[in-house]
Ligand binder design. Structure first.
Ligand code: NAD
Ligand code: UFG
Length: 336
């Protein structure tokens, strides 16, 4: 299948491009490189031995997107491109609605004009909202999101549902990711946050490699077993493989929704202790106050993806941590 991957030079996109190429699909990447790297694309070529067709373009640029669809015979779009930092979205809501919502709108307009109506969208567990009981099941309604990032994802989901209702020739798969971590086992691809990492795993890795003094654990007074927040961490390669498993689903008309997670919550403290055990490297930490907007604990009901797509997250926590560490050691400053 010829697949257009938007955001293919980013963290999850680059891992997915590897799996697509290795499975024999043909790939075109569109990325504006605002948070991705051309080095990631070179590394994909190194891993797969195949060349990557790359177009540096912004999904908000209708003319550029029309050009992509007219020059390439695209059958399906996997849409990763967007902004993803929760805290930043609170201070820059316009950028988040413009990139994530308007960007998807323009992409869909270009797809409609080109007659390409199959889309796999990177959604997030955050759309279940602040009050949803755990585990999160796909049949639950979207809830109240607590930041513009989450709201932009919920808005895109609704936009895509409305599009499918209006035109039965569209088919859309909404993949709700939980917490992807880890890196390609080769050590050549991984997460490359700009500035101070917002997320737990890259922060732990940067402390371990000596780039930061210590980790702050945001609160140990949550109603969880050890008082720290619990999340459903999954290996980015498993997540990438989830997209491959979702490709047949996008051949069926309508909207389908799948959680991509392991179904298990792991606490922040357990993550830090496991990292130290697996790597043998010390990670100094300090318990600090809670981070605004954090939920105590959430994880996926991963049953639907298993039953309908035949997908389960197979890589365990030790693999996620070891692969993160290999990537961090080989690339202490990421792709830079
Ligand atoms: P990332 O920032 O590494 O990758 C996103 C890529 O999109 C980057 O390469 C960036 O340059 C590109 N991009 C951004 N805006 C663009 C635009 N307007 N036009 C063209 N390219 C653009 O992020 P990621 O972690 O790989 O996330 C991929 C997708 O998955 C995002 O939509 C994100 O919201 C979603 N998601 C991520 C997580 C997570 O924890 N990483 C969790 C849930 C959902
Ligand atoms: N944490 C720390 N210290 C840090 C960073 C994080 O203690 O320096 C804690 C957080 O308080 C939280 C846990 O580690 O309890 C996980 O935090 P992350 O920032 O890694 O992940 P979140 O669950 O907050 O959010 C992530 C993505 C969102 C996405 C969500 C669900 O950042 O985009 O997962 O998929 F919506």
């Amino acid at each position: 299948m010829q697949v257009l991957v938007t955001g293919g030079a980013g963290y999850i996109g680059s891992h997915t491009v590897v799996e697509l190429l290795q499975a024999g699909h043909s790939v075109v990447v569109v990325d504006n490189l605002c948070n991705g790297s051309e080095v990631a694309l070179q590394r994909i070529e190194k891993i797969t031995g195949q060349s990557v067709r790359f177009i540096r373009a912004d999904i908000r640029d209708r003319q550029a997107m029309d050009g992509v669809f007219s020059r390439h015979d695209i059958e399906t779009v996997i849409h990763f491109a967007g902004l993803k930092a929760v805290g930043e979205s609170v201070s820059r809501p316009l950028d988040y609605y413009e990139n994530n919502f308007y960007g998807t709108l323009v992409l869909c307009q270009a797809m409609e004009a080109a007659g390409v109506r199959r889309l796999v969208f990177s959604s997030s567990a955050t759309v279940y909202g602040e009050e949803a009981p755990v585990p999160y099941v796909e049949t639950m309604p979207r809830g109240t999101t607590s930041n513009p990032y989450g709201t932009s994802k919920a808005m895109v989901e609704k936009l895509l549902e409305d599009l499918v209702s209006a035109n039965a020739r569209w088919s859309v798969v909404l993949l709700r990711y939980f917490n992807p971590i880890g890196a390609h086992p080769s050590g050549w691809l991984g997460e490359c946050p700009q500035g101070i990492p917002n997320n737990l795993m890259p922060f732990i890795a940067q402390v371990a490699v000596g780039r930061r003094e210590r980790l702050s654990i945001f609160g140990d007074d949550y109603p969880t077993a050890d008082g720290t927040c619990e999340r459903d961490y999954l290996h980015v390669v498993d997540l990438a493989l989830g997209h491959l498993k979702a490709l047949p689903a996008v051949l069926e008309p309508g909207v389908s929704i799948y959680n991509l997670g392991t179904g298990q919550g792991v606490s922040v403290l357990a993550m830090v202790n496991s990292f130290m055990r697996v790597t043998g490297v010390d990670v100094p930490y300090l318990i600090t106050s809670r981070r605004a907007g954090d939920l105590p604990a959430f994880w996926a009901d991963a049953g639907k993806a298993r039953r309908k797509l035949g997908w389960t997250a197979e890589r365990g926590l030790d693999d996620m941590l070891m692969d993160t560490w290999r990537w961090q050691c080989k690339n202490p400053y990421g792709y830079r």
